[in-house]
Design a binder for this molecule. Structure first.
Ligand SMILES: Nc1ncnc2c1ncn2[C@@H]1O[C@H](COP(=O)(O)OP(=O)(O)OP(=O)(O)O)[C@@H](O)[C@H]1O
Length: 282
Protein backbone atom coordinates (compact mmCIF):
# COMPACT_ATOMS: atom_id res chain seq x y z
CA UNK A 1 0.00 0.00 0.00
CA UNK A 2 1.50 3.30 -0.97
CA UNK A 3 -0.97 6.05 -0.09
CA UNK A 4 0.01 8.97 2.10
CA UNK A 5 -0.73 7.61 5.62
CA UNK A 6 1.71 4.72 5.08
CA UNK A 7 4.65 6.82 3.95
CA UNK A 8 7.40 6.47 6.49
CA UNK A 9 9.39 9.68 6.77
CA UNK A 10 10.62 9.65 10.37
CA UNK A 11 14.22 9.01 9.45
CA UNK A 12 14.16 11.63 6.71
CA UNK A 13 12.88 14.12 9.30
CA UNK A 14 15.44 13.30 11.99
CA UNK A 15 18.43 12.57 9.73
CA UNK A 16 19.38 9.55 11.90
CA UNK A 17 20.49 6.37 10.11
CA UNK A 18 17.79 3.74 10.62
CA UNK A 19 18.39 0.71 12.80
CA UNK A 20 15.92 -1.22 10.66
CA UNK A 21 15.10 -0.49 7.05
CA UNK A 22 12.65 -2.33 4.81
CA UNK A 23 12.14 -1.22 1.23
CA UNK A 24 9.25 -2.37 -0.93
CA UNK A 25 9.22 -5.56 1.12
CA UNK A 26 6.88 -8.40 0.21
CA UNK A 27 6.46 -11.70 1.99
CA UNK A 28 4.41 -14.49 0.43
CA UNK A 29 4.03 -18.13 1.35
CA UNK A 30 3.05 -19.83 -1.90
CA UNK A 31 0.06 -18.01 -3.35
CA UNK A 32 -0.65 -16.20 -0.08
CA UNK A 33 0.84 -12.73 0.35
CA UNK A 34 1.13 -11.66 3.99
CA UNK A 35 2.19 -8.11 3.19
CA UNK A 36 3.66 -6.27 0.21
CA UNK A 37 5.11 -2.86 -0.60
CA UNK A 38 6.22 -2.39 3.01
CA UNK A 39 8.55 0.60 3.46
CA UNK A 40 9.61 0.96 7.05
CA UNK A 41 12.46 2.73 8.80
CA UNK A 42 12.83 2.30 12.54
CA UNK A 43 15.20 4.82 14.14
CA UNK A 44 17.63 4.09 16.97
CA UNK A 45 15.76 4.53 20.24
CA UNK A 46 12.33 4.24 18.62
CA UNK A 47 9.64 1.98 20.06
CA UNK A 48 7.42 0.50 17.32
CA UNK A 49 4.43 -1.65 18.29
CA UNK A 50 3.47 -4.27 15.68
CA UNK A 51 -0.23 -5.07 15.85
CA UNK A 52 -2.70 -7.16 13.90
CA UNK A 53 -4.94 -10.21 14.13
CA UNK A 54 -3.73 -13.81 14.21
CA UNK A 55 -1.94 -14.82 11.05
CA UNK A 56 -1.39 -11.27 9.76
CA UNK A 57 2.37 -11.79 9.54
CA UNK A 58 3.78 -10.15 12.67
CA UNK A 59 6.04 -13.02 13.70
CA UNK A 60 7.02 -13.53 10.07
CA UNK A 61 8.22 -9.92 9.97
CA UNK A 62 10.47 -10.58 12.97
CA UNK A 63 11.75 -13.76 11.27
CA UNK A 64 12.69 -11.67 8.23
CA UNK A 65 14.65 -9.26 10.44
CA UNK A 66 16.35 -12.22 12.14
CA UNK A 67 17.46 -13.52 8.75
CA UNK A 68 15.42 -16.69 9.27
CA UNK A 69 12.96 -15.92 6.49
CA UNK A 70 13.76 -14.55 3.02
CA UNK A 71 11.65 -11.73 1.64
CA UNK A 72 9.81 -12.64 -1.54
CA UNK A 73 10.93 -9.28 -2.91
CA UNK A 74 12.38 -6.02 -1.61
CA UNK A 75 15.23 -5.42 0.84
CA UNK A 76 15.81 -5.57 4.58
CA UNK A 77 18.73 -4.03 6.48
CA UNK A 78 19.75 -4.07 10.12
CA UNK A 79 22.05 -1.15 10.99
CA UNK A 80 22.93 -0.70 7.32
CA UNK A 81 23.69 -4.38 6.62
CA UNK A 82 21.48 -7.02 5.03
CA UNK A 83 19.60 -9.02 7.67
CA UNK A 84 21.44 -12.24 8.50
CA UNK A 85 21.16 -15.13 10.95
CA UNK A 86 22.99 -14.92 14.24
CA UNK A 87 23.52 -11.14 14.19
CA UNK A 88 24.91 -10.01 17.55
CA UNK A 89 23.23 -6.63 16.95
CA UNK A 90 19.82 -8.18 17.58
CA UNK A 91 18.22 -9.08 20.90
CA UNK A 92 15.22 -11.37 20.51
CA UNK A 93 12.45 -12.29 22.91
CA UNK A 94 10.65 -15.18 21.16
CA UNK A 95 6.97 -15.96 21.46
CA UNK A 96 6.69 -17.96 24.63
CA UNK A 97 6.81 -21.73 24.56
CA UNK A 98 6.65 -23.78 27.73
CA UNK A 99 9.99 -25.34 28.60
CA UNK A 100 9.86 -29.08 29.38
CA UNK A 101 9.99 -29.82 33.10
CA UNK A 102 13.09 -31.96 32.46
CA UNK A 103 15.21 -29.04 31.13
CA UNK A 104 18.03 -28.62 33.65
CA UNK A 105 19.73 -25.51 32.14
CA UNK A 106 19.85 -22.78 34.79
CA UNK A 107 18.29 -19.36 34.26
CA UNK A 108 21.62 -17.58 34.65
CA UNK A 109 23.13 -19.80 31.90
CA UNK A 110 20.27 -18.91 29.58
CA UNK A 111 20.87 -15.20 30.19
CA UNK A 112 24.63 -15.66 29.63
CA UNK A 113 23.91 -17.03 26.15
CA UNK A 114 22.67 -13.54 25.29
CA UNK A 115 26.27 -12.36 25.74
CA UNK A 116 28.30 -15.13 24.17
CA UNK A 117 25.82 -17.40 22.40
CA UNK A 118 27.01 -15.90 19.11
CA UNK A 119 30.70 -16.61 19.74
CA UNK A 120 31.60 -19.77 21.56
CA UNK A 121 34.53 -19.19 23.87
CA UNK A 122 34.20 -15.42 24.14
CA UNK A 123 32.83 -15.77 27.67
CA UNK A 124 36.10 -17.27 28.86
CA UNK A 125 38.00 -14.05 28.08
CA UNK A 126 36.39 -11.95 30.69
CA UNK A 127 34.46 -14.00 33.17
CA UNK A 128 34.13 -11.29 35.79
CA UNK A 129 32.63 -8.75 33.39
CA UNK A 130 30.37 -11.46 32.01
CA UNK A 131 29.12 -12.34 35.50
CA UNK A 132 28.57 -8.65 36.32
CA UNK A 133 26.43 -8.11 33.23
CA UNK A 134 24.42 -11.29 33.69
CA UNK A 135 23.73 -10.39 37.33
CA UNK A 136 22.68 -6.84 36.37
CA UNK A 137 20.28 -8.23 33.75
CA UNK A 138 18.85 -10.71 36.26
CA UNK A 139 18.31 -7.90 38.79
CA UNK A 140 16.60 -5.75 36.15
CA UNK A 141 13.92 -8.40 35.59
CA UNK A 142 13.80 -9.38 39.28
CA UNK A 143 14.97 -12.91 38.56
CA UNK A 144 18.02 -13.12 40.84
CA UNK A 145 16.19 -15.23 43.39
CA UNK A 146 15.48 -18.10 41.01
CA UNK A 147 18.35 -17.70 38.52
CA UNK A 148 20.17 -20.81 39.76
CA UNK A 149 17.15 -23.08 39.41
CA UNK A 150 16.63 -25.35 36.38
CA UNK A 151 14.44 -23.65 33.75
CA UNK A 152 12.03 -26.58 33.61
CA UNK A 153 11.01 -26.00 37.23
CA UNK A 154 10.14 -22.32 36.79
CA UNK A 155 6.71 -20.85 36.07
CA UNK A 156 5.91 -19.49 32.59
CA UNK A 157 6.23 -15.90 33.82
CA UNK A 158 9.56 -16.57 35.53
CA UNK A 159 10.93 -18.17 32.36
CA UNK A 160 9.70 -15.20 30.35
CA UNK A 161 11.53 -12.69 32.54
CA UNK A 162 14.73 -14.67 31.94
CA UNK A 163 14.16 -14.48 28.18
CA UNK A 164 13.80 -10.70 28.51
CA UNK A 165 17.08 -10.56 30.45
CA UNK A 166 18.78 -12.70 27.80
CA UNK A 167 17.65 -10.34 25.03
CA UNK A 168 18.78 -7.21 26.89
CA UNK A 169 22.10 -8.37 28.31
CA UNK A 170 24.01 -8.08 25.01
CA UNK A 171 23.09 -4.39 24.62
CA UNK A 172 21.56 -4.92 21.16
CA UNK A 173 21.00 -2.22 18.50
CA UNK A 174 17.66 -3.80 17.61
CA UNK A 175 15.35 -5.50 20.07
CA UNK A 176 12.72 -7.81 18.59
CA UNK A 177 9.98 -8.76 21.03
CA UNK A 178 7.27 -11.29 20.12
CA UNK A 179 4.42 -10.86 22.60
CA UNK A 180 6.83 -10.62 25.52
CA UNK A 181 4.15 -9.76 28.08
CA UNK A 182 2.16 -12.99 27.70
CA UNK A 183 2.05 -14.92 30.96
CA UNK A 184 3.36 -12.00 33.01
CA UNK A 185 1.21 -10.61 35.80
CA UNK A 186 0.16 -6.96 35.57
CA UNK A 187 2.94 -5.72 37.77
CA UNK A 188 5.61 -7.51 35.70
CA UNK A 189 3.94 -6.44 32.44
CA UNK A 190 4.46 -2.85 33.51
CA UNK A 191 8.00 -3.45 34.72
CA UNK A 192 9.06 -5.30 31.58
CA UNK A 193 7.46 -2.66 29.31
CA UNK A 194 9.29 0.09 31.17
CA UNK A 195 12.54 -1.85 31.13
CA UNK A 196 12.38 -2.33 27.36
CA UNK A 197 11.49 1.30 26.72
CA UNK A 198 14.29 2.45 29.03
CA UNK A 199 16.69 0.26 27.06
CA UNK A 200 15.51 2.01 23.90
CA UNK A 201 15.98 5.50 25.37
CA UNK A 202 19.27 4.90 27.15
CA UNK A 203 21.11 2.65 24.70
CA UNK A 204 19.44 3.74 21.46
CA UNK A 205 18.07 0.26 20.75
CA UNK A 206 15.27 0.25 18.18
CA UNK A 207 12.38 -1.82 19.54
CA UNK A 208 9.89 -3.78 17.42
CA UNK A 209 7.29 -5.06 19.85
CA UNK A 210 4.65 -7.51 18.61
CA UNK A 211 1.58 -7.44 20.80
CA UNK A 212 -2.16 -8.11 20.80
CA UNK A 213 -2.67 -5.76 23.71
CA UNK A 214 -1.58 -2.17 23.12
CA UNK A 215 -2.58 -0.71 26.48
CA UNK A 216 0.31 -1.96 28.64
CA UNK A 217 2.79 -0.33 26.21
CA UNK A 218 0.72 2.64 25.03
CA UNK A 219 2.63 5.17 27.18
CA UNK A 220 5.96 4.15 25.63
CA UNK A 221 4.99 3.53 21.99
CA UNK A 222 6.28 6.01 19.39
CA UNK A 223 4.65 4.46 16.34
CA UNK A 224 2.48 1.55 15.37
CA UNK A 225 2.63 -0.83 12.39
CA UNK A 226 -0.85 -2.35 12.08
CA UNK A 227 -1.20 -5.36 9.73
CA UNK A 228 -4.58 -6.76 8.66
CA UNK A 229 -5.07 -9.27 5.87
CA UNK A 230 -2.30 -7.91 3.63
CA UNK A 231 -3.11 -4.25 4.34
CA UNK A 232 -1.16 -2.08 6.77
CA UNK A 233 -0.85 1.36 8.29
CA UNK A 234 2.14 3.00 9.98
CA UNK A 235 1.88 6.05 12.23
CA UNK A 236 1.51 7.27 15.78
CA UNK A 237 -1.02 5.39 17.93
CA UNK A 238 -3.51 8.26 17.44
CA UNK A 239 -3.03 8.24 13.66
CA UNK A 240 -3.57 4.49 13.35
CA UNK A 241 -5.74 3.33 16.24
CA UNK A 242 -8.89 5.29 15.54
CA UNK A 243 -12.33 4.20 14.31
CA UNK A 244 -11.89 5.44 10.73
CA UNK A 245 -8.46 3.88 10.10
CA UNK A 246 -9.23 0.54 11.75
CA UNK A 247 -12.62 0.28 9.99
CA UNK A 248 -10.77 0.77 6.70
CA UNK A 249 -8.11 -1.79 7.60
CA UNK A 250 -10.54 -4.43 8.88
CA UNK A 251 -13.16 -3.56 6.20
CA UNK A 252 -15.85 -3.61 8.84
CA UNK A 253 -17.11 -1.17 11.46
CA UNK A 254 -14.60 -0.88 14.28
CA UNK A 255 -15.13 1.47 17.20
CA UNK A 256 -12.20 2.89 19.11
CA UNK A 257 -12.72 4.75 22.36
CA UNK A 258 -10.32 6.24 24.86
CA UNK A 259 -11.30 5.26 28.39
CA UNK A 260 -9.15 6.64 31.17
CA UNK A 261 -6.10 6.92 28.93
CA UNK A 262 -6.58 3.41 27.52
CA UNK A 263 -7.80 2.31 24.13
CA UNK A 264 -10.88 0.12 23.90
CA UNK A 265 -11.49 -1.45 20.50
CA UNK A 266 -14.75 -3.12 19.60
CA UNK A 267 -15.80 -4.91 16.44
CA UNK A 268 -12.48 -6.05 14.97
CA UNK A 269 -12.72 -9.53 13.49
CA UNK A 270 -9.94 -10.82 15.76
CA UNK A 271 -12.29 -10.37 18.71
CA UNK A 272 -11.37 -7.24 20.61
CA UNK A 273 -7.62 -7.32 20.51
CA UNK A 274 -6.95 -4.36 22.74
CA UNK A 275 -9.89 -4.32 25.07
CA UNK A 276 -9.26 -3.48 28.70
CA UNK A 277 -9.45 -6.65 30.71
CA UNK A 278 -10.47 -6.76 34.34
CA UNK A 279 -7.02 -7.47 35.63
CA UNK A 280 -5.69 -4.39 33.89
CA UNK A 281 -8.27 -2.12 35.43
CA UNK A 282 -7.60 -3.45 38.90
N1 LIG B 1 7.13 -21.13 6.77
C1 LIG B 1 5.84 -20.95 6.49
N2 LIG B 1 5.27 -21.52 5.41
C2 LIG B 1 3.98 -21.32 5.10
N3 LIG B 1 3.13 -20.55 5.83
C3 LIG B 1 3.64 -19.95 6.92
C4 LIG B 1 5.01 -20.12 7.32
N4 LIG B 1 5.22 -19.39 8.43
C5 LIG B 1 4.04 -18.80 8.73
N5 LIG B 1 3.10 -19.15 7.83
C6 LIG B 1 1.71 -18.68 7.81
O1 LIG B 1 1.74 -17.28 7.65
C7 LIG B 1 0.73 -16.66 8.41
C8 LIG B 1 1.31 -15.58 9.28
O2 LIG B 1 2.00 -16.20 10.34
P1 LIG B 1 2.65 -15.34 11.51
O3 LIG B 1 3.12 -16.30 12.54
O4 LIG B 1 3.63 -14.39 10.94
O5 LIG B 1 1.38 -14.53 12.03
P2 LIG B 1 1.18 -13.62 13.31
O6 LIG B 1 0.62 -12.32 12.84
O7 LIG B 1 2.44 -13.54 14.09
O8 LIG B 1 0.07 -14.43 14.08
P3 LIG B 1 -0.26 -14.64 15.66
O9 LIG B 1 -0.87 -13.37 16.15
O10 LIG B 1 -1.25 -15.76 15.63
O11 LIG B 1 1.02 -15.02 16.35
C9 LIG B 1 0.03 -17.78 9.18
O12 LIG B 1 -1.17 -18.09 8.52
C10 LIG B 1 1.02 -18.91 9.13
O13 LIG B 1 0.38 -20.16 9.13
Amino acid sequence: MTAEPHTDTTVARTGTAPAVRLRDATLSYGPRTLWSGLDLDVSPGEFLAVLGPNGSGKTSLLRVLLGLQQLTSGTVEIAGEPARRGSERIGYIPQQRAVEATVMVRGSDLVGLGLDGHHWGLGLRNRRERRRRVEAALRAVEATEYARMPLGLLSGGEQQRLRVAQALVGDPSVLLCDEPLLSLDISHQRKVSRLISRQARETGAAVLFVTHEINPVLPVVDRVLYLVDGRFRIGTPDEVINSATLSELYRTDVEVARVGGRLVIAGAEDGEPHHVDEAEQA
